[in-house]
Design a binder for this molecule. Structure first.
Ligand SMILES: *Cc1c(COP(=O)(O)O)cnc(C)c1O
Length: 230
């Protein structure tokens, strides 16, 4: 099936999940995750109405952002970094990305702030939280979250917009629900302590409807739009 048809299906599924959860579908931003996807397909998605592209590697994104500009596509899009970020890539990353989803330590936050300051940018960020103890997934531990949120909020050139998580993969998406719910609870706790964290980046191709039911405001979808990755 083509990208256009896939996108229509995904958008429909987002809308139904939102309505089922008594939410406004407009409150859920679709991020098309384009890692390993080539530029012609990316441009097809943008022409079909995609406004946000998600990449997981800085170097791959660098190539694509450059050639996207050369193509002269007029649509204004956002590029988000959804994969983890190494400190030596921060300088390049902040030149490319409107939003970085993967802050998981104070030292990474400090490096992003230092580099952002140099180019006079206020970098929008999310904190990635590791909900599962057993997982090898990246992310800040729950117990360190408040310290990290406090630190970032007090940092001049960072703008903290919310939280992100990647649950383990389950065949049955319903099993991911407690992870999504926990991220929302952590957000609510932080808001009760006075922080503003409107965005919850959670949900991928196999589980985004559950994530929406649990409060996702950004879903990161690759396979369901572009097909299986090579
Ligand atoms: C690859 C990736 C996605 C998209 O995954 P799909 O299962 O293809 O939808 C979402 N988030 C992150 C962080 C990813 O690396």
């Amino acid at each position: 099936m083509g990208i256009l048809q896939n996108l229509a299906t995904v958008q429909e599924r987002i809308n139904s999940a939102a309505i089922k959860a008594n939410r406004n579908p407009q409150d859920i931003k679709l991020i098309a995750v384009t890692k390993t996807v080539d530029l012609p397909e990316i441009i097809e998605a943008v022409k079909a109405g995609i406004l946000i592209l998600g990449e997981s590697r800085v170097q791959e994104a660098q190539r694509k952002v450059a050639s996207y500009k050369v193509q002269g596509v007029s649509e204004r899009i956002e590029w988000h970094l959804v994969g983890n970020l190494q400190k030596n890539k921060v300088k390049n990353a902040i030149q490319l990305f409107d939003l970085i989803h993967s802050i998981d330590s104070i030292s990474l936050a400090e490096e992003i702030n230092t580099q952002a300051k140099k180019i006079n940018k206020t970098q929008r960020v999310l904190v990635q939280v590791k909900i599962s103890k057993k997982e090898t997934k990246r992310g800040a531990d729950e117990k360190d979250l408040m310290a990290l949120v406090t630190e970032i909020t007090e940092t001049s050139n960072l703008k903290l917009e919310g939280l992100m998580t990647i649950p383990p993969y389950f065949e049955d998406a319903e099993q991911a629900r407690p992870y999504f719910r926990r991220l929302r609870e952590l957000r609510d706790e932080a808001e009760m302590a006075g922080f503003k964290l409107p965005e919850l980046s959670m949900g991928m191709s196999n589980d985004f409807e559950i994530a929406i039911e649990e409060g996702a405001t950004m879903v990161r979808i690759g396979t369901a739009i572009f097909g299986e990755r090579k």
